[in-house]
Design a protein around this ligand. Structure first.
Ligand SMILES: C[S@@+](CC[C@H](N)C(=O)[O-])C[C@H]1O[C@@H](n2cnc3c(N)ncnc32)[C@H](O)[C@@H]1O
Length: 264
């Protein structure tokens, strides 16, 4: 089951994601520039802040922005209302069917929320024209390991423990070699996959708490009564800040550049 998001909060706090999206587009377009009239897709568009960066580079193109969350889709629709280049649709990416394959798929901070990367890459290959490009970044091997330890410690506290019986963290922080093999099997070529670290500092423990609630702890908070949401997030942020203050999230990003195999 896909997760619902507080789109208004996400819009305000997800600032690191805009920086990551900018960096990824720079690297990808340096390799192969865009003409500017391509048909593109943003797979897991959220509220559309990174979609906007893509649109700046497509004055004569189109973007199909796709997300599984109703709240995110509504926010993206509001953002792009009146822009005829953009269509926003609600899809679980694992079930995505497109009317017309696109030239480019961009995806940021989304793939690690989806456990089955083999299926995901097959779906994305089908949504691309032969020779079309996948430009993606998500959490990779080792992503937020220290923050995850803090979360697990708080889940184990007496006051929260009963709510996490049978808990399994279903994130997929894949490594570059496995991802490359999965992309090859799904019909991609000219594949580059690599990790880079993005340690991200927050101004205060309170700022980190707000960020964790909106971006990281969605599935945990679903398990807790509303009255406990703030104290759970506070406890995680306090543990992270105990390691380093101001607190730092130990992000590791997995970058993916690949081309849908051309027909021979
Ligand atoms: C952290 S947000 C990233 C949003 C945006 N790309 C950005 O960089 O700010 C992750 C997004 O992935 C979406 N998502 C997660 N699983 C999905 C799935 N199976 N299909 C489509 N979207 C999904 C979520 O709804 C959420 O909007």
């Amino acid at each position: 089951m896909t997760l619902e998001w507080d789109a208004a909060e996400y819009e305000v706090v997800a600032n690191p994601h805009v920086g990551w999206g900018t960096g990824l587009l720079e690297v990808a377009l340096e390799r192969r520039p865009l003409v500017g009239d391509e048909a593109a897709m943003d797979a897991g568009c959220g509220t559309g802040r990174v979609t906007e960066l893509l649109l700046e580079r497509l004055p004569g193109g189109t973007v199909l922005a796709v997300d599984a969350s109703g709240a995110m889709v509504e926010a993206a629709r509001r953002r792009f209302a009146g822009d005829e280049r953009v269509r926003v649709e609600r899809w679980d990416l694992l079930k995505l069917e497109v009317e017309e394959p696109v030239d480019l798929i961009l995806s940021t901070a989304t793939f690690h929320w989806i456990k089955n990367h083999e299926k995901l890459f097959n779906v994305l290959a089908s949504a691309l024209k032969p020779g079309g490009r996948l430009v993606a970044q998500c959490g990779g091997q080792g992503n937020i390991a220290q923050v995850t330890r803090a979360i697990e410690e708080v889940m184990g506290e007496e006051r929260f423990r009963e709510h996490f019986a049978g808990w399994r963290d279903n994130k997929e922080y894949a490594d570059p070699a496995t991802t490359k093999a999965r992309l090859e099997a799904a019909g991609f070529e000219e594949i580059e996959t690599w990790l880079h670290e993005e340690p991200t500092e927050f101004g205060s423990t309170e700022e980190l708490t707000r960020y964790l609630k909106a971006v990281v702890l969605g599935r945990h908070l679903e398990r807790l009564p509303e009255v406990d949401h703030q104290s759970f997030a506070d406890a995680v942020a306090t543990r992270v800040a105990a390691v380093q203050d101001p607190p730092v999230m130990d992000y590791v990003r997995l970058n993916i550049l690949a081309t849908r195999r051309r027909e021979s």
